[in-house]
Design a protein around this ligand. Structure first.
Ligand code: SIN
Ligand code: CO
Length: 376
């Protein structure tokens, strides 16, 4: 059990997306949910995104995983970082659960790092919110102000920035937490062999939104409207101010069709940046198989990291799962809301619910897709 030892409502009003904060003892009696050996094992897997960063005299050298062996890196000056550990290592899920005081659509992943003394990834700026929780070991963190910072070595394609004047300079020990909103430069230096946990949150960028809008329009063969006008400029080479505005208004009109806008948004926000541990059934199971399994005592659980979302006032009655829109019209909205909120559906709930054939079909589909699975 991971229970946060601070007032989350106060944190949201004073710090969330605004300013960094150090919370000593954010978790009382913190226990690492994963060992360094287990983490090293995950980083050997092809599907899991990992990297090693080595601290060198002239900068930081990044080597992408998977890895076969760690001996060559020695005892210090390197750090292993593994993304989306919550997708692959169920024992890490309770730590993620502690951060569900923020909505699922914003959650990105749990990144776990193992760092040797003097290991770090260099001073950098992230474009997402991060909660850095210290497990075993000690790391010193510096955070700078969120003004303008020079790209390190003039390389604008890298998140690294030049050294900065810290506004926070702190040593984190087991159970301490540092929250950093987007735009604040930060740098961690490892003092002793350390495990750290980064819980990341991000919202879609304009680029991602526009790409998703374009994909949805192409998929649905919509968005064919063109600009029309009844007045034209007498100047051959001029696009009038009214026409510039009118053309841009065509874009804004897309937001006036909630059915399209909501589907686009639900699909976008339920996607995952990292691979999920999806294992679809080789041979599809039937609705009867699902009923039998539940009657035999099975619960049903979603795989780690899967996003299951609903949109308030959805005109389409859809559930959004892993980038897909699933029609749930005619199913009790209270049940849909529980499916979107709870990671596990109990046998007692299912026995009652699966009498609804529409729901049974949806749940069977989710199991066949490999999104949900039977559990004890
Ligand atoms: C680290 O643990 O050094 C990387 C985490 C971060 O800076 O976001
Ligand atoms: Co960072």
């Amino acid at each position: 059990m991971y229970t946060l030892n601070f007032d989350t409502a106060e944190f949201i009003s004073k710090n969330w997306q605004q300013k960094p904060i150090v919370i000593k003892n954010a978790f009382k009696a913190f226990e690492d949910p994963i060992s360094a050996d287990e983490l090293a094992g995950l980083a050997m897997e092809e599907d899991i995104s990992s990297r090693i960063v080595k601290t060198e005299a002239d900068g930081w050298n990044v080597i992408q995983g998977p890895f076969e062996d760690y001996d060559e890196h020695g005892d210090d000056k390197w750090q292993l970082l593994v993304q989306a550990v919550n997708h692959w290592y169920p024992e890490s899920q309770p730590l993620v659960e502690a951060f569900r005081f923020l909505p699922d659509w914003r959650f990105d992943d749990l990144m776990v790092s193992f760092a040797t003394p003097q290991g770090g990834i260099g001073p950098h700026i992230d474009n997402y919110d991060v909660f850095l929780i210290q497990g075993e070991g000690e790391r010193r963190w510096k955070v700078g102000h969120n003004g303008v910072h020079q790209c390190r070595g003039g390389d604008a394609s890298s998140p690294l920035v030049e050294d900065f004047e810290p506004i926070i300079d702190v040593v984190l020990t087991k159970g301490d937490m540092l929250y950093i909103p987007p735009g604040y430069p930060h740098c961690g230096e490892t003092l002793s062999l350390a495990m750290s946990y980064s819980i990341g949150f991000r919202a879609p960028s304009q680029q991602e939104l526009l790409t998703q809008i374009a994909d949805t329009l192409i998929d649905n063969n919509t968005g064919q409207h063109r600009f029309t006008s009844t007045e034209e400029s007498a100047n051959h080479g001029v696009v009038s101010q009214t026409q510039q505005q009118g053309i841009m208004d065509l874009l804004a009109q897309l937001a006036n069709y909630p059915a399209q806008y909501q589907t686009m948004l639900g699909k976008l926000l339920s996607q995952n940046r990292f691979e999920l541990d999806i294992n679809p059934f080789e041979q599809a199971i039937s609705e009867t198989d699902v009923i039998e399994a539940v009657e035999d005592g099975a619960n049903i659980q979603r795989i780690g990291g899967l996003k299951v979302l609903t949109l308030e006032s959805d005109t389409q009655e859809q559930l959004y799962v892993n980038g897909e829109a699933i029609c749930v019209a005619g199913i009790n909205p209270e049940i849909i809301s529980i499916i979107a909120n709870d990671h596990a559906l109990t046998q007692a709930q299912l026995v009652e619910w699966l009498a609804d054939e529409k729901l049974l079909i949806v749940i069977t589909q989710f199991i066949n897709q490999g999104w949900f699975f039977f559990s004890e």
